[in-house]
Design a protein around this ligand. Structure first.
Ligand SMILES: NC(=O)c1ccc[n+]([C@@H]2O[C@H](COP(=O)([O-])OP(=O)(O)OC[C@H]3O[C@@H](n4cnc5c(N)ncnc54)[C@H](O)[C@@H]3O)[C@@H](O)[C@H]2O)c1
Ligand SMILES: [Zn+2]
Ligand SMILES: [Zn+2]
Length: 348
């Protein structure tokens, strides 16, 4: 089969590799019908995720069709259409028993395209398949479903639920990439009074408005705090979500929140950020951070299937799988291409 193989920092190649096979009784083999690229794949390619070995097939998001199942798989059969989640789950460890699949101690967690071969391929081996896939409801397209593999549950769980958004809140979202935009979509489920999106790129702010942000701030030229103050009588936002992953934006998020409010950090950070306890100790803040668990994926699938959540604007570019190289270039050049999620579909 063909697959996108990581060959060390800065190097990737769409090339022929052996087909995956069942290795453990809980495995399924899934033919990949639709697959996408995540900002995290770009982090891997930069060399920021050193545990990814050269030779690893990238990718942790897919929609596909089961072609084979191991002897212990109970709920899947060949021919079933499934969402392959970015998080795999043994289902039996202490964390899985509590729904914290991202912290799985039994060999799951974020492993696809990280510690084992991933989904940017014609076929993928999915471990613990009963717990690591979700059936696609009839009538829901691959394109509607693909963003539920990672970005929607991430923004919903680590941003909206951890940030405890409630009706009437003023919600500020720092960073309007796919994660920040998915946070806008899922925050709207809770009827905030205002969503303020903050970014440096006007194209991203245009997308934020299209997805439901009420106010946008280009922090190159505008003060986010002034705009948040305008709609909060000067006290700050009820909930601030950090969706960039650099020290400045975490520190900005803490500056934007009101006393008693929540800061929900979603960004993956590679450098220390300063927590100004001397300024905030008396503000009764709740600051949360985390890796997605994907416990909310069934809820989100239900919202998409019922038409309550429209995920289609998140997919901006479509390619056949043999155009994978071009898709990477378009995604890497998001500032010019306007790419949010790029979708590759099977050609055969
Ligand atoms: N916690 C999790 O489980 C989890 C899962 C997936 C992704 N993430 C992380 O979420 C973050 C966002 O992901 P993404 O795919 O949307 O990334 P992205 O790089 O596509 O988007 C980031 C956005 O932030 C903007 N930005 C950069 N610097 C800024 C600044 N100083 N002020 C305001 N905006 C600024 C950029 O213009 C861009 O639009 C990343 O750090 C990613 O690794 C976390
Ligand atoms: Zn991802
Ligand atoms: Zn587990």
């Amino acid at each position: 089969m063909f697959a996108m193989v990581y060959e060390g920092p800065g190097q990737r190649k769409w090339q022929t590799v052996p087909d995956p096979e069942i290795r453990h009784a809980g495995d399924a083999i899934v033919r990949v019908d639709a697959v996408t690229i995540c900002g995290t794949d770009l982090h891997i390619l930069k060399g920021d995720v050193p545990e990814v070995d050269s030779g690893r097939i990238l990718g942790h998001e897919a929609v596909g069709t089961v072609t084979a199942t191991g002897s212990a798989v109970q709920t899947l059969s060949p021919g079933d259409r499934v969402l392959v989640s970015c998080i795999s789950a043994c289902g039996a460890c202490r964390y899985c028993r509590q729904g914290h699949y991202g912290q799985c101690l039994g060999g799951g967690g974020w492993i696809l395209g990280h510690l084992i071969d991933g989904t940017q391929a014609e076929y993928v081996r999915v471990p613990f398949a009963d717990n690591s896939t979700h059936t696609v409801p009839s009538g829901v397209s691959d394109e509607q479903m693909i963003v539920l593999a990672d970005i929607l549950p991430t923004s919903y769980e680590v941003g909206v639920l951890a940030g405890a958004v409630t009706p009437g809140d003023v919600v500020a979202i720092v960073g309007a990439g796919p994660i920040g935009l998915a946070a806008i979509l899922t925050a709207k489920l809770y009827s905030p009074s205002h969503i303020v999106a903050i970014d440096l790129a006007d194209a991203r702010l245009d997308a934020a408005r299209a997805l439901g942000a009420d106010l946008t701030v280009n922090s190159r030229s505008q003060s986010a705090r002034e705009i948040v103050d305008d709609v909060t009588a000067g006290i700050g936002a009820d909930v601030v979500m950090e969706a960039v992953g650099v020290p400045e934006t975490f520190e900005e998020s803490v500056r934007l929140v009101r006393p008693g409010g929540h800061v929900a950090n979603i960004g993956v950070h590679g450098a220390p950020a300063t927590l100004h306890l001397e300024q905030i100790w008396s503000k009764n803040l709740t600051i949360t951070t985390g890796l997605v668990d994907t416990f909310s994926t069934p809820t989100l699938i239900g919202l998409v299937a019922s038409g309550r959540l429209d995920t289609t604007p998140m997919v901006t570019h479509r390619f056949a799988m043999d155009e994978f190289d071009t898709a990477y270039q378009v995604f890497e050049d998001a500032a010019h291409s306007g790419a949010l999620k790029v979708l590759m579909t099977a050609t055969a």
